[in-house]
Design a protein around this ligand. Structure first.
Ligand code: FES
Length: 91
């Protein structure tokens, strides 16, 4: 997609624009997962923590909010030092 001054990124991790989200909804996405499959929004480093609510709002504006299903997501991964793994779980 050609960028211009009015390009609005909804998912900054995956660089998915508002227009791409709107196109996914026009193409039939009815859930956050549907938008995610079509655009990869929500699959970036933050795993949707930033963009999930924005996508839900866009879906709510396009259809009945009662039909929006909650999304599934994995929490962000944190780095673990190898010596922590070697010491085992002490908690
Ligand atoms: S902003 Fe969408 S995955 Fe991070």
């Amino acid at each position: 997609m050609a960028e211009n001054r009015e390009t609005i990124y909804i998912c900054r991790c995956e660089e998915v624009t508002r227009e791409e989200i709107e196109q996914a909804i026009r193409d039939g996405a009815t859930t956050i997962a549907g938008v995610k499959k079509r655009t990869h929004a929500g699959m970036g480093l933050c795993q949707g923590r930033t963009c999930r609510k924005l996508i839900a709002n866009m879906l709510a504006c396009s259809r009945d909010p009662a039909n929006i299903l909650p999304s599934t997501f994995r929490p962000p991964v944190r780095t673990v030092r190898i010596d922590e793994i070697a010491q085992g779980d002490e908690e």
